[in-house]
Design a binder for this molecule. Structure first.
Ligand code: SAM
Length: 301
């Protein structure tokens, strides 16, 4: 595969692991370096930071990527199948945006957001069509220009993030998108709940799970990336799946939050290996005195 080694996520995504990869690298299974891992699975794909790092360093025979967010997966599919048409739309939006005053840029953002939300009723998420292409371009445009690159939907499924006021943001990175499209040619992309992401897992597989982080208590939900929230019951389903997949002999790694004096994760993953990494996040309620947030990495090796 002839690709530039600096491919990076094409959307900003909450919980993105791009900056944490150097710490995660130390905890990867040794079998990766030995060339013994042939299949890669990432069932909470998000911005795909881990995938993009790994695919530039290791060779896999099969790659299975999935996420429950249908708008995100639609956009990945367009990058995979129609990247040049996508770039045409995105460049059109960018040219128009660049010509506007700051005030008009904001108005353009809200126009785009309204059109994106209105058109959602015309999308058949189960069947790829040309209609996906302008929608994916809108999704990337909104991701770049909205507040903090958040993707948040209300219960009706409307994208409701306000304008980010970042007037000079880079909206089109053509080389990156083209390289990503090349990488995605050899991957299977699916929109599905994590529980349906696996067939028969072979032991030469590596799975990286990066779910929405653990709730602080068993009754609260913690993070919502799309209209479907991730509750304690989902963390429980996930830990049961982790135990089941462990029996296949595949190598498994899972990220989650570390919450002091809270043993939800130690209960759910009792018997597996726990290690810690540190992120610089701006979530005041969980930032420690040093301004770093401790995060968990759980592995079955
Ligand atoms: C922490 S983010 C992943 C971030 C990603 N690792 C990155 O670097 O950008 C969690 C992802 O899980 C997805 N998700 C939430 N519930 C899910 C479910 N039940 N099954 C599969 N994916 C789900 C969200 O849409 C979100 O993209």
């Amino acid at each position: 595969m002839d690709i530039d080694m600096s491919v990076k996520p094409f959307v900003k995504w909450a919980g993105g692991k791009y900056k944490l990869f150097e710490q995660i690298r130390d905890k990867l299974p040794v079998e990766l370096n030995k060339g013994e891992i042939k299949c890669y699975y990432e069932p909470f794909l998000g911005g795909g930071a881990m995938f993009f790092k790994l695919v530039q360093q290791y060779k896999f025979d099969s790659i299975f990527l999935s996420d429950l967010n249908e708008e995100l997966v639609l956009t990945y599919k367009v990058v995979q199948q129609n990247v040049f048409d996508l770039l045409d739309y995105l460049s059109q939006y960018k040219r128009k945006y660049d010509k506007l005053s700051d005030k008009d840029k904001e108005a353009y953002y809200y126009e785009m957001r309204t059109s994106y939300n209105m058109q959602r009723f015309n999308v058949n998420f189960n069947k790829y069509s040309d209609f996906y292409i302008p929608r994916a371009a809108q999704m990337i445009f909104l991701n770049k220009t909205c507040y903090n690159g958040l993707f948040r939907q209300n219960l009706k499924g409307e994208f409701n993030v306000p304008f980010g006021k970042n007037f000079n943001v880079q909206i089109v990175d053509a080389n990156n998108l083209i390289n990503i499209s090349t990488i995605l040619q050899n991957t299977e992309l699916r929109c599905t709940d994590f529980s349906s992401s696996f067939g028969n897992l072979e032991k030469d597989s590596f799975v990286y799970f990066d779910p929405p982080y653990s709730p602080v208590s068993k009754t609260s939900n913690f993070t919502s990336y799309c209209k479907d929230s991730f509750y304690y019951k989902d963390q429980l389903r996930l830990s049961n799946l982790f135990r089941k997949l462990d029996k296949s002999g595949a190598k498994l790694m899972l990220s989650n939050s570390y919450v002091e004096n809270n043993d939800i994760m130690s209960e759910l993953y009792d018997g597996f290996c726990f290690s810690y990494i540190y992120s610089q996040k701006t979530m005041p309620s969980i930032v420690s005195k040093r301004g770093k947030v401790k995060e968990l990495l759980i592995t079955n090796y």
